[in-house]
Design a binder for this molecule. Sequence first.
Ligand code: UDP
Length: 463
Amino acid sequence: MVAISSPHFVVFPFMAQGHTIPLLYLARILRQHDVPVTVFTTPANSPSVRATLHDAGISIIELPFPADIDGIPQGVENTDKLPSMSLIFQFANATKLMQPQFEKALQDIKPVGCIISDAFLGWTQDTAAKLGIPRIGFYGMSSFATTLYFILGQERPHALTTSPDEPFSIPNFPKLSLTRNDFDPPFNELNPKGPWVDFMMEQNIAMAKSYSVIINSFYELEPSYTEYWNRCIGPKAWCLGPFAAAKPQVLLANESAKPNWMLWLDKKLQNGDSVLYVAFGTQAEVSQEQLLEIADGLEKSKANFLWVIRSKRLEISEGYEEKVKDRGMIVKEWVDQMEILRHKSIKGFLSHCGWNSVTEAICNGVPILAMPFMAEQHLNARLVSEEVGVGLRIMPSNGSVRGFVKAEEVEKRVKELMEGTKGEGVRKKMKEVGEAACGAIREGGSSWETLEHVIADVSNYHK
Ligand code: UDP
């Protein structure tokens, strides 16, 4: 355990749920290591940050979010509230205006040992350099995806392919033949251009100057990719996760305090029924047509399912909920996903494979049915189903890894996961991997020991 003189860590998450949640869990883990922590947020994000950290002994500082910027409505301080995701660059650029106040706040709470900040807040590297504090960056992806995206940009191993589904390999890279379709546009294009490319380039330059990189993964899950990053790319990557393991279980005093979905899951459990959890995160844009096809597939599978549909834009067909009411529940509000995955009735997770969702499934030993849509989700789906073997994959009908998925495919794979021998295989493997994940985060585990090392390193930096 670290001595009382441990350096003060500042944690600055980017304002999107999938970016903020893991860093808040990491803040909790830092406290378990007796490290003083301050988390930076903005007024509109503050209530949820405070709720997540209320019992953790962590200081929280609110910086005003810049107002009247480039079409971002007043009060929108989280990408999940943006009227369109095309405003993300304006949003990320707006955060740069927080720099003077951030620097002032850091002066007020000094000495600060280190700044852990999201990759999308590359400007925090300038602050860190100016104040002589090491910055540790956070991409929020697996080692596998972090490494692969970097290689794609730098070495362009896909440059000679003539179609998006043509396999290519990367010299000296562990296994797997990849296709351009495993990556998201525009990064998989032969000549990638545009605001995303410029934005990521800027953030990667800042990351290259950073002291190190933190990965929300554990060494045993993807050792060859972490080693590749450390050997060939850098700055040094430290696997400190899975962070979700630090989320305390919600203990509700009585039944009336439980949300409806929890009561529904409790009932299923009492009846000896198992349930498939279906959710596609906070960013993936599922088309209306695809949603209806998934609904059809779930109905035909005869599985019990709890489905979280967060997009207000999407409508399930009339009469559907009535038709599946004995075995299907649809929720249209924010749920506590970790609590769902912890529930003993949950036997499978039909997921878009956002990295947080994957790590949360791993922490709870719940096998995954991978249905990726965007960002690095396709790579995560390959890691889950082909590399680690803790999930099955739903494939589009066009023979490619991208495309429309038919109801029959959903039905078949759901049955396979919930009742089939392949499902049994990945469930067994997921149990082992889940136990390894919990072991990594416990005292003496790989993530625990690595964090002790990080803290000692930061202390030595200031000597
Ligand atoms: N989440 C949640 N409740 C919801 C929707 C999402 O708790 O109703 C959480 C989920 O547990 C995960 C995060 O939001 O921690 C989503 O991150 P992920 O990387 O899985 O997907 P993204 O939203 O970034 O695509």
